[in-house]
Write a protein that binds this ligand. Structure first.
Ligand SMILES: [Ca+2]
Ligand SMILES: [Ca+2]
Length: 249
């Protein structure tokens, strides 16, 4: 029986004492991704890679092309980037600088990962672009999820959340149904906030209600690392900034 929750919904409060893991979802199945770093370079500003048989018998080809133009107002160089995905040699779509904050992209630093995130038997793609800032800014990460569709193209989404240094995995199968939950981390009201999302029927849907999320944890930051996790007061979920997955195609 579904019951409407009260407005002042206390989020689940996490403390480090709950388990040996820092957060409860870390006890769930963590996704096992293949990191893909085999970029071929064709000149300093062009990179490509081909993943054999990604779409059944067809290959996935990914290409990054950058070019330098001059800023009209200040005469400074501006790097423009296109990121394109192909089924074999047939172009599926291109992300341009509207979505790619060009100067932050480094194919050497930003691994592309491959896994069947939603458990439908079709491989999916995740691209991680870290913010090149200092301190807490280092945790801000732009992530692109490309879910393969049965007709061998993608449903592509963009989201921004926080990632700890050295961590690339945000997908856990909390309810063991084969569809990995995307667990986003954000920083709001001086707390770490964890939310859960699934790719379902071509959309990204929030599934916090299913898992009694969001999880809320108090933290101390030491530079860009979380130093300490401490209990917090109840948080009004309605006051939290939403985490938005933006459909890109
Ligand atoms: Ca899949
Ligand atoms: Ca699941």
């Amino acid at each position: 029986m579904h019951q409407k929750k009260a407005n002042k919904q206390p989020a689940t409060i996490v403390t480090a004492a709950d388990s040996n893991a820092a957060f409860p979802f870390e006890l769930s199945n963590r996704i096992n991704t293949n990191k893909i770093t085999s970029w071929q370079t064709n000149g300093e500003l062009k990179y490509s890679m081909r993943i054999p048989n990604f779409f059944g018998i067809e290959d996935l080809k990914v290409a990054i092309v950058q070019n330098i133009t001059t800023d009209e107002d200040y005469g400074l160089p501006v790097r423009n980037t296109n990121l394109s995905f192909y089924n074999a040699d047939s172009l599926l779509f291109t992300f341009d600088e509207e979505f790619l904050h060009d100067e932050k992209i480094s194919v050497l630093q930003d691994p592309m990962q491959m896994a069947d995130i939603n458990g439908d038997g079709l491989l999916d793609i995740k691209l991680i672009f870290r913010h090149w800032g200092s301190g807490r800014l280092n945790l801000f990460t732009r992530v692109y999820y490309l879910f393969q569709t049965p007709d061998h193209t993608f449903d592509a989404f963009y989201v921004q959340y926080l990632m700890l240094n050295g961590s690339n995995d945000a997908e856990y199968d909390i309810d063991c149904d084969g569809n990995f939950e995307i667990v986003t981390m954000s920083y709001d009201l001086d707390c770490l906030i964890f939310r859960t999302f699934n790719y379902l029927d071509g959309k990204i849907v929030n599934v916090d209600e299913k898992f009694d999320y969001p999880l809320v944890s108090g933290i101390d930051f030491n530079g860009s690392e979380i130093q300490n996790i401490k209990p917090v007061q109840e948080v009004d979920v309605k006051e939290l900034k939403p985490v938005e997955f933006i459909k890109m195609n």
